[in-house]
Design a protein around this ligand. Structure first.
Ligand code: BGC
Length: 693
């Protein structure tokens, strides 16, 4: 439709129809015959309101989406189609690694591949919008939703945000195989206090701008059609009703002109936050803040009409939000074809196709991080003992696996069928006493130990697993720990009891095959951590890009320095860490100049005396004197490169990499000295001082 046609449509809508466009309900309110079922009474809304509702969350399959749309349109006076939205986060049917795993490849192209495949599978099922990417920066391993993030670095998060959006949306939302993206959760949800889910967030505006806004902005600049509000407060105001955040920053500064949806129930949750006295206040605050659509609470339905009639909200405000929803539907081509690319027959050939599985395999291989290896890996053959709670499990996809089915997941036990498998429940001391050689212990966390509403106060490996590992080691076996988990774990307890640690995160459909190939050396691991692994839970939150203190550990204040009595200040494994089976070293670093005018080129030479492998050359920056405290190091550039015998990588340093927000929130860089650090992780780094004129 043209803008004129959309305006014409809007002008014909009643207030009830307009408010309906601003509400999203679950499929329970619709069944295939179009009857209203489910928890209608819970929301206390009428049948007419259901029939006017603008969007459905969670419908899946071409048959269901078509049927709901058909029935809906048959009753709709103005024939404005429904828009279907769902959480298609790391795959639809073919499941890829969780975002934390995807980021570990330091290869944003993998996020693009994952979302392209997800979009294809979603499209054929009649889907229109995904609630992804989640681009929240995360720093606290206790939080359950770390697995949905791309980690603790704003620069890497931004690259991934862009890649996800480009993958889902392609060049145009009218093209086949594209779905609209929804960047979430605006803003700073990853900072929930003490890692406790849904908790409040308190941050200075400076940190918000410097650490958190960049990834949302990157997703928006890449064209994300939608943005979702976050559950948390920002500056003590819940994001969903936060006019400064949603209106001034998101729309004003970031120039976002798409549609905003609340997170599930977040409009009404303002009552729980005690920032709204009743549903009407909650609705008015959210609408005023620019929250166009309310997900799954009835404040808009119950109160907006009355608020308009009393002059508490203007028709202009309502129309602005309605137009954004109509524009979204228009961008998706729904007015021309309300079923879009849903195609029941094609589902059979498209979903979980061999092509998608092989893409998932490649991407999953690259997400695996080899944390420790004393030479036991790669294995010479699969003649090993296999045990551990996840060795014969298909619970390897992790949360938000949408239509991923357990039965489609390759289990480690099936992939390593030659191994001598022992159920963990049978791992008695008597049983262990017969074992020799190498044992592959597959453990970590079950899928439901992370994800939304799954925060923990203890991120150690479970007691049973620690106990198994210690007994296996005491027997003299070589122990290879293969981990599936949704957050960094505290592994200190078993670090010296294992010979190798293979971190898989949640690998998805192809999990077992990837584990096999890495263990046997068919695949040379190449992943690097994007979240630091704490020494123990008490260190949380811990992150590589931390800050100086007035009393650093090695300063001259006797005992009165910044430290713990019972743990080091550093994590067990830091951001950027990840081993491989090669022997790759940086053998030369050449700066084109140490004075930065326009740009400095840094030529890095890598030499490999082992098998061909992939390394990630990482460039970190430290501002040596600024107006405000600046991180001890910040990733500003990296290059993932394959190294046969030798490879050369060029990284560039430009002034925009050195910019920061000062105490007045002005974005600037300083003249003066900066330390540039280059390495294959964030710890073993070679430093050079450059001067900025
Ligand atoms: C989550 C969102 C999700 C929404 C819809 C909420 O509970 O926080 O990330 O998109 O539910 O499923």
């Amino acid at each position: 439709m043209t803008k004129e046609q959309l305006n014409n449509l809007l002008s014909q809508m009643t207030i009830e129809e307009k408010i309906g466009q601003l509400v999203q309900l679950t499929t329970e309110y619709f069944n295939e015959s179009g009857e209203i079922t489910g928890p209608l009474a819970n929301l206390d809304i009428t049948e007419e309101q259901v029939n006017n509702c603008g969007s459905v969350i969670g419908a899946h399959g071409a048959k269901v989406t078509r049927s709901i749309q058909e029935q809906y349109l048959a009753k709709s006076r103005l024939k404005i189609p429904l828009v279907f939205m769902s959480d298609i986060v790391h795959g639809s049917n073919t499941i890829f690694p969780s975002p934390l795993g995807l980021s570990s490849s330091f290869n944003p192209e993998n996020a693009k591949i994952c979302s392209q495949v997800a979009a294809k599978e979603a499209c054929v099922q009649g889907h229109h919008v995904t609630f992804a990417p989640m681009v929240d920066l995360a720093r606290d391993a206790r939080w359950g939703r770390n697995m949905e993030t791309t980690g603790e670095d704003p620069y890497l998060n931004s690259l991934y945000a862009r890649a996800f959006v480009e993958g889902f949306q392609g060049n145009s939302l009218t093209d086949e195989n594209t779905i609209a993206a929804c960047v979430k959760h605006f803003a700073a949800y990853g900072m929930v206090l003490a890692g406790r889910e849904y908790n409040m967030v308190d941050l200075s505006e400076r940190f918000l701008r410097e650490w958190h806004f960049p990834s949302y902005r990157a997703g928006i600049d890449a064209g994300s059609a939608m943005v979702m509000t976050s559950f948390n407060t920002v500056n003590s105001v819940p994001a969903t009703g936060n006019k400064w955040l949603m209106n001034d920053v998101l729309r004003g500064e970031m120039g976002f002109d798409g549609a905003v949806i609340s997170d599930w129930g977040a409009v009404k949750e303002q009552l729980e936050h005690r920032t709204a006295a009743n549903e009407k206040e909650a609705a008015i605050k959210a609408l005023n803040a620019g929250c166009d659509m309310e997900m799954m609470t009835p404040c808009y339905y119950h109160t907006l009409k009355e608020a308009y009639e009393n002059g508490e909200v203007s028709m202009e405000l309502i129309d602005t939000s309605v137009m954004r929803m109509l524009e979204l539907k228009n961008k998706l081509g729904l007015f021309e074809n309300p079923y879009r690319f849903g195609d029941e027959a094609a589902e059979k050939t498209v979903l979980l196709s061999d092509e998608f599985k092989s893409l998932a395999k490649k991407v999953s291989d690259e997400s695996i991080v080899l944390l420790k290896n004393n030479g036991v890996l790669p294995l010479e053959n699969a003649n090993v003992v296999l045990t551990g709670p996840l060795s014969d499990s298909n619970d390897l996809m992790g949360p938000w696996s949408w239509q991923g089915r357990f039965e489609d997941v390759v289990k480690v036990k099936d992939a390593l069928s030659e191994a001598h498998y022992i159920e963990t429940s049978r791992l008695t001391n008597a049983q262990i006493s017969y074992l020799s050689g190498t044992v592959i212990y597959v453990g970590g966390e079950y899928g439901n130990e992370s994800g939304e509403a799954h925060s923990k106060t203890n991120i150690d490996l479970s007691e049973n697993q620690v106990n198994d590992i210690k007994r296996l080691k005491a027997q003299g076996l070589k122990v290879v720990l293969v981990l599936f988990n949704g957050r960094p774990l505290a592994l200190r307890e078993i670090l010296n009891d294992v010979d190798a640690i293979v971190e898989c995160w949640h690998l998805g459909t192809m999990a077992g095959s990837c584990v096999r190939d890495v263990l046997l050396g068919k695949v040379n691991p190449s992943g690097k951590l994007t979240m630091s692994f704490p020494y123990n839970t008490g260190q949380c939150p811990i992150f590589y890009n931390d800050f100086p203190t007035g009393r650093p550990l090695n300063s001259n204040y006797f005992d009165y320095v910044s430290k713990y009595e019972d743990a080091p200040n550093t994590p067990l494994f830091s951001f950027g860490h990840g081993l491989n089976y090669s022997d790759i070293k940086i053998t030369d670093i050449k700066y084109s100049s140490t004075i930065l005018e326009d740009e400095i080129k840094v030529d890095v030479t890598l030499t490999n005396t082992g098998r061909t492998g992939v390394e990630v050359v990482q460039l970190y920056v430290k501002d040596l004197a600024a107006d405000v405290i600046r991180p001890n190091k910040e990733l500003k550039a990296f290059n993932r490169v394959e190294v046969k015998d030798t490879a050369a990588v060029t990284l560039k340093i430009t002034k925009d990499m050195l910019m920061y927000y000062n105490d007045q929130c002005e974005f600037k860089y300083d003249a003066g000295q900066f330390e540039i650090m280059i390495g294959l992780n964030s710890i073993d780094i070679a430093s050079t001082i450059i001067v900025v004129k």
